[in-house]
Design a protein around this ligand. Sequence first.
Ligand code: GLY
Length: 361
Amino acid sequence: MTLPGDTLDYTMVPRHILKDQHEWELSKVSQENWIAGFWPGILWYDYSYTHNPKIKVQAEKYTDSLHFISQLPAYDHDLGFLMFCSYGNGYKMTHNPAYKDVIIRTADTLATLFNPKVGTILSWPREVASKGWPHNTIMDNMMNLEILFWAAKHGGSKHLYDIALSHATKTMEHQFRPDYGNYHVAIYDTIDGHFIKGVTHQGYADNSMWARGQSWAIYGFTMVYRETKDKKFLNFAQKVADVYLKRLPKDYIPYWDFDAPDIPNAPKDASAACVTASALIELSTYLPTRAGTKYRKAAEKMLESLSTSHYQSRNINNAFLLHSTGHFPNHSEIDASIIYADYYYLEALIRLNALQENKRS
Ligand code: GLY
C-alpha cells in the first residue's frame, strides 16, 4: 500500500477496488460507513511491525478523524468495528489515555442498543420499521462484543461485560442450526424476548451458510472464550469452525456462500478466509497440542493460498488481496479488493508471526 502524504483528506478512507478498477475508491468517515476503522487499523498493524514513525503519524491522523463518532448517539452495532479497529489498535500500540476514554465512551454508547428483555444488542435499529423486525441481531455483531469486554476490563462499567456475555450466550443458543451453520440475522420478539426466526441479509438463502457470517462467528466465539474463559464458548468456537473447514473447497478459500447454487463458478470471498485464518490462529493457542495444531495448520493453508499469485493483488492493484465479495445479493463489491480483507489478512499474518516467534524463543 502506498504511504499517504500530508495533503490527504483524512476523513476519506480506502473502501474497495472493484474488479475493473486499479485505484482504491475512498469513502467518507461516518457512523453509517462501517468500514471506516479498517484503514487506521491497517496503519496501526503496520506500525506494530515496522515501528516506522511516519506510519504512526498517519495512523494517528486517520484515527483522529473518527473521534466525532464517539460523541454521537448509536447508529448501529458497527460502532465496534469502527472504533475498536482504529482506537483499540491505537491504544494497544501507544497507551494514549485519550484513546482509552474514546473506547469506553463508545462502549457505553453501543450498550444503549442492548435490549434486556431479549438479552442481545439491536444490531440494526433502522430495520425495525423498514423490515418489520421487532428486534434483530446479526452474526457480525459478535465481533463488536470485543469493545465491550475491553472497556469493562479497562475502567468501564462491569455492566458492559454482562451485556457482552448475555449477547454471546443468547446468540449461541438461537442463531445456529443443528449443523452449526448460522443464520445471518436472528429476529426476536420484544415483548417476551423469544426467538421468532432466522433469516439472511447477505447470504444466498435463510438456511444457507454465508461465508463471512460463519467467519464472524468463528472469530467472535473465540474472542468470547478469551474474555470469559468459559469452556462452553471454546467448544462452540470449534464446532462452528469445524463445519466451515469440512465444507471448504480445495484451496481453503470459501465461495461467498457455501450453498451458492453456481459452485464451482460462484465468486470466492477472500475476506472470509482472512477473518477465519486470524481466528483459527488464536483458537489454536487455547487448545491442547493436537487439536490446536489442526486449526493452526488450517490457518496456514488459508494464508498460503491467499499469498499465491491467484489471490494476492501484486501488480494488478495496490491492495493486498483480490477476490473478496461484499454483498452479493445487492450486486455490490463482487470479486473485488476490499479493505477489511486486507485488514484481517495483515492481522492473521502478524498473529502467525508472533506464534512462530514464541515457538522459537
Ligand atoms: N459487517 C458487514 C459485512 O460483513 O459485510
